[in-house]
Structure formats: structure tokens, C-alpha cells
Design a protein around this ligand. Structure first.
Ligand SMILES: Nc1nc2c(ncn2[C@@H]2O[C@H](COP(=O)(O)OP(=O)(O)O)[C@@H](O)[C@H]2O)c(=O)[nH]1
Ligand SMILES: Nc1ncnc2c1ncn2[C@@H]1O[C@H](COP(=O)(O)OP(=O)(O)O)[C@@H](O)[C@H]1O
Length: 181
């Protein structure tokens, strides 16, 4: 059986991290930890949520792909993916849509893309508040081109599994249907 990576993508606040954690917990998938120069949120830990980097330590890594998102850099490495595959045949990673497109192009059928949608932009904002993001950060995020872009499934990701995450119980059922053996 060849290794697979589940790529969870969508707008900020759409529930990507929540879906990733659910898949890791219930379907024996290993999380791929990515690198970022953004500041940690109050409940985030280095090496668990991200590897938090400075501009100079970020530049030292060897990336499969990297992007700028809302003024910070993010990148994922082959080594990180391989580390996850050493642990389980299925890995799970959270990426913006640009990163998801690169994974699809480079990994082909080994990458399974899940695009999360939320119908209501107000709901996305509310979820970021609930998560503890500062209002300044939320406004910066909502005004970023990347955030606007990631509201819609890009044409390059046609064929992705699209899940509407308005209601967590419904999302959970869909994930169970997709991944239950
Ligand atoms: N392309 C790419 N995107 C990433 C990577 N790590 C995180 N992201 C994405 O960067 C965006 C911003 O992430 P984050 O600051 O954690 O905000 P959040 O989505 O609101 O939790 C999200 O769309 C993440 O999915 C990476 O290594 N590569
Ligand atoms: N279906 C849902 N209904 C209500 N709240 C949700 C749902 N999915 C996620 N959340 C909450 O919304 C917030 C943002 O979710 P998160 O997974 O951090 O999003 P993302 O990683 O896409 O930015 C979190 O506080 C999370 O608990």
C-alpha cells in the first residue's frame, strides 16, 4: 500500500485544524507539522502546532513548497512528510489552497484534498474570535488577498472532496463515511 497525505485546505476559520485533529485522533493519521514565521497564539506550542521560526531560521529549511499568507511565511518540508509516513501510511497536513495545488501537482494521487467551506463569512469571523485571535489580527487576516482567495475552491483543485463545515456533527459524519474502512 502506498503512502497517502490528506491535505486539508480552505479559508481561515473554516475548521481545517479541527478536521486535522479529528482525523489524527480517530483514523491513526500522523500530523505533518509545518513551519511559520507568524507569532504563536496563546495556546500553541512549538513543535506541536507549528515549528515557529524567525525570518532567518525559516530560510534555512528545505521546503517542498512555501507561501506567504497574510504577511507571514509558511512552509512544509519533504522531511516533515517523511517523518509522518515513518509513523503511519496516512499523514494529514493543513495548507492554504496554493500549497494544496502544489501538493496535488507534485504528489498526484498520493495527495487527497479536502476543501472546507463555510457559507457565512460572519461565522468565520466569529470562530476566529472564539479561538482567541486579536481583533487586529482578524481584520488583517480578513483583508488579506489570500483569505479572500481561499473562500472558493480554485479550478486547479477540481476533483477535491468539498465539505461544508457549517455544522460539526454533519462534518464528522462525512469524515467517518470517507475514511471508515
Ligand atoms: N502552503 C502552505 N500553507 C500553510 C502551511 N502551514 C500552514 N498553512 C496555511 O496557512 C494559512 C494560515 O495559517 P494560520 O496562521 O495557522 O491560520 P488559520 O488558518 O487561521 O489557523 C492557513 O490556510 C494554513 O492552512 C504550509 O506549510 N504551506
Ligand atoms: N463546525 C463547526 N462549528 C462551530 N465551530 C467550529 C466548527 N469547526 C471548527 N470550529 C471552531 O472554529 C474555530 C476555528 O477552527 P479552526 O479549526 O482553528 O480553523 P482553521 O484551522 O481553518 O483556521 C475553532 O475555535 C474551532 O473550534
Amino acid at each position: 500500500m502506498s503512502n497517502k497525505v490528506i491535505v486539508v485546505t480552505g479559508a481561515a476559520g473554516s475548521g481545517k485544524t479541527t478536521v486535522r485533529n479529528y482525523l489524527a485522533k480517530h483514523f491513526n493519521m500522523t500530523k505533518v507539522i509545518t513551519h511559520t514565521t507568524r507569532e504563536p497564539r496563546y495556546n500553541e506550542r512549538n513543535g506541536v502546532d507549528y515549528y515557529f521560526e524567525s525570518d532567518s531560521t525559516f530560510a534555512n529549511k528545505h521546503y517542498l513548497e512555501s507561501v506567504e499568507y497574510s504577511g507571514a511565511k509558511y512552509g512544509s518540508s519533504y522531511e516533515g512528510l517523511q517523518l509522518a509516513w515513518d509513523n503511519s501510511a496516512e499523514a494529514v497536513i493543513v495548507l492554504d489552497t496554493k500549497g494544496a495545488i502544489t501538493y496535488k501537482r507534485k504528489l498526484g494521487k498520493q495527495a487527497i484534498i479536502i476543501f472546507l467551506q463555510v457559507n457565512n463569512v460572519e461565522m468565520l469571523k466569529h470562530r476566529m474570535v472564539k479561538r482567541g485571535d486579536s481583533m487586529r489580527k482578524i481584520i488583517q487576516r480578513i483583508n488579506s488577498l489570500e483569505y479572500k482567495r481561499d473562500q472558493q475552491l480554485p479550478a486547479e483543485l477540481n476533483g477535491a472532496i468539498v465539505i461544508n463545515n457549517d455544522n460539526w456533527d454533519v462534518t464528522k459524519q462525512k469524515l467517518n463515511q470517507i475514511f471508515d474502512k
